[in-house]
Design a protein around this ligand. Structure first.
Ligand code: PEP
Ligand code: MN
Length: 335
């Protein structure tokens, strides 16, 4: 249930609502917007107490949230959220997150970061702990990979995005990474989500490849509920019967999530189809549906990449996809 406060309500008014909620053993979550302050009331059968809240002078309106996710819903936070990663923003303008599937060596990361930062890319991705389907496949450089990412990120003034798989790794990720990625296979790892809920780092939450949008938003709700509202959603394709592509890009997820949630949403075009020849055409679709950005795997030599070379762009392909996308972004802004 959501309490909309009257305009110009004071901190004492907020406390009155919070205290009333506490007296019923409900939890609260306050969201102060430019126009309105909203308090989310969470607990069993909250709506049965609607009248007690309506009786408070400072309360403008009490709105039931019938959806299973509350804090990430549009009702709770009518304005779109913008996630700030130091001086960079996701949720305002169109951001690129680019870099190799895996960190392979310091030299490789240096060359790729130099190329990307020269183009103006601000977010560098790279996996250090890799969730590989086969135990025989390259598993990543682990903590050494995170150290490389941090050094290279500092040198080229780029924010680092990397996937964390295990809750016990939280302190090393907080030290080395700017945005912590939750991969598709871990979207429903609730211990991991709870741990990240206690973190101050923004989380990039990929959609599970077998998950519905509701399950995905409920995973985001876990993060929010445990205290972390810095969430970026990432559509990365879902499993269907189609075999020409690794996954099927659910482009409808972008406008749908926009309606349902205030969180920013980007699209990972490499994992979405598993094919480099589909990245550029689909980048147009991603811009057209007004996503907040895109993630693309880029490698100096995709044929030699230790993972996901088939869905990575080389430098030339990436530069042309980037320029084409940014031209389209400008055209869209003028519409
Ligand atoms: C990745 O981004 O490196 C990755 C493994 O992605 P996903 O979890 O979407 O498969
Ligand atoms: Mn990959």
């Amino acid at each position: 249930m959501i309490i909309v406060m009257k305009q110009r309500s004071s901190d004492d008014d907020l406390k009155r609502v919070v205290d009333l909620a506490k007296s019923f053993n409900f939890e609260t979550n306050i969201s102060k917007g430019a126009e309105k302050t909203i308090i989310g009331i969470i607990g069993d059968n909250v709506y049965e107490r609607k009248e007690a809240f309506e009786a408070l002078n400072c309360v403008e309106e009490v709105i039931p949230v019938l959806k299973p996710f509350k804090l990430v819903s549009r009702e709770f936070h009518p304005e779109k959220s913008v996630i700030e990663v130091e001086n960079e923003k996701i949720g305002e303008g169109f951001q690129f997150i680019a870099g190799p599937c895996s960190v392979e060596s310091k030299g490789q990361m240096e060359r790729e970061a130099e190329f990307l930062s020269n183009l103006g890319i601000k977010f560098l991705r790279g996996g250090a702990f890799k969730p590989r389907t086969s135990p025989y496949a390259f598993q990543g450089l682990g903590i050494d990979g995170l150290k490389i990412l941090k050094d290279v990120g500092e040198k080229y003034d780029m924010k680092i995005v990397s996937e964390m798989m295990a809750p016990e790794d939280i302190s090393i990720f907080e030290e080395y990474v700017d945005v912590i990625q939750v991969g598709t296979r871990n979207m429903q790892n609730y211990r991991l989500l709870e741990q990240l809920g206690h973190s101050t780092k923004p989380v990039l939450l990929k959609r599970g490849f077998m998950s519905t949008i509701e399950e995905w938003l409920l995973a985001a709700e876990y993060l929010y509920y445990h205290g972390n509202s810095q969430i970026i959603l990432c559509e990365r394709g879902i499993r269907t019967f189609e075999k020409y592509t690794r996954n099927t890009l659910d482009i409808s997820a972008v406008p749908l999530v926009r309606i349902l949630s205030h969180l920013p949403i980007i699209v990972d075009l490499s994992h979405a189809t598993g094919r480099r020849d589909l990245i550029s055409p689909l980048a147009k679709a991603v811009v057209a549906v007004n996503a907040d950005g895109v993630m693309i795997e880029v490698h100096e030599n995709p044929e030699k990449a230790l993972s996901d070379g088939q869905q990575s762009l080389n430098f030339e392909e990436f530069a042309s996809t980037y320029e084409m996308s940014m031209d389209l972004v400008k055209t869209m802004e003028g519409i």
